[in-house]
Design a binder for this molecule. Structure first.
Ligand SMILES: C[S@@+](CC[C@H](N)C(=O)[O-])C[C@H]1O[C@@H](n2cnc3c(N)ncnc32)[C@H](O)[C@@H]1O
Length: 273
């Protein structure tokens, strides 16, 4: 007998089914399990019947995060924006079922017809992008619902939000950048903060958390080591102090800023627009 609870066995099997490990090899899409193999374009492995492009390790991570949210009694529902064949939402619904949770929903938001064409006037970096022309990325609502049904998980705890995100999703009052800014050089850090400022309504907040280095650069060894790591691993990324970050936020226009320690080596900087 395997030394696993029925819940673990069910969720492990669900993950294996969603990624087609039960009947065949894992999909060969370039993003599967972060392999990011060169030479393959999006939707390359069209033959794979897997219900998600997400690989096993990331599915296990998703399961863990949903379980942790439930165990820590953090209130709220779950949403995936961009569900493709629905696999990640099916997993989230499966976790709710396995843990007997009836008071939370899973929102599956997608156009259910692929990506919108790029708007190079608004977003110059997207010019020439061809993802909107890829039929492999367009999965209809009917197909996604049928996939949920296959697992016995299509019910009123699943809500489908159909349409392009620009029309269906509300703009956010709070933006969070967790362990993001340290990947980038100073110019890009400033650019990202400015973009967040533009995207927020007046009164909105930007929360940045990171293994912030203490202002005297003496005590947060992990922050200092992380900075060294970023300098080696990225083109210009580095970690920074709360004072540094507060300065960048104020330069971008944020009025109130405050720095607060979280748990472990992480602290956050909050900027109010
Ligand atoms: C790469 S796939 C997502 C893969 C999926 N998360 C999984 O687990 O396999 C991208 C999905 O996002 C949807 N999508 C991309 N941009 C969108 C937009 N602006 N509005 C609505 N849906 C969008 C596409 O229709 C497609 O289903």
């Amino acid at each position: 007998m395997p030394d696993q609870s029925p819940r673990d066995l069910y969720l492990d099997l669900l993950i294996k089914c969603l990624s087609n490990l039960v009947y065949g090899p894992p999909p060969a899409d370039p993003w599967n399990d972060g392999l990011l193999r060169r030479g393959f374009g999006p939707g390359w492995d069209r033959q794979s019947p897997a219900h998600t492009m997400v690989g096993i390790r990331r599915l296990e991570n998703l399961r863990e995060l949903v379980e942790r949210t439930i165990d820590l009694e953090i209130p709220g529902d779950f949403i995936e924006t961009g569900v493709w064949r629905g696999g990640c939402c099916i997993l989230m619904r499966g976790v709710l079922a396995a843990k007997g949770v009836h008071g939370r929903k899973v929102y599956a938001a997608d156009s259910f017809r692929g990506l919108p064409p790029p708007k190079p006037d608004l977003y110059p970096a997207d010019a020439g992008d061809v993802h909107h022309m890829m039929p492999a990325l367009a999965v209809s609502l009917g197909e996604v619902k049928a996939n949920f049904d296959r697992y016995g998980l299509l019910d009123e705890q699943v809500v489908f939000v159909e349409g392009f995100f620009s029309e269906t999703l509300p703009s956010a009052d709070v933006l969070v950048m967790g362990h993001i800014l340290h990947d980038w050089d100073l110019n890009d850090k400033r650019r990202l903060i400015a973009k967040a400022y533009d995207a927020l309504p007046s009164g909105g907040a930007l929360i940045i958390y990171e293994a912030l280095i203490d202002d005297e650069r003496r005590t947060n060894v992990l922050g200092l080591l992380m900075s060294l790591n970023m300098l080696i691993e990225t083109k210009g990324g580095f970690d920074y102090t709360g004072a540094d970050c507060s300065t960048w936020l104020r330069e971008a226009g944020f009025r109130d800023t405050r720095v607060e320690h979280l748990v472990g080596p992480d602290s956050m900087v909050v900027g109010m627009k």
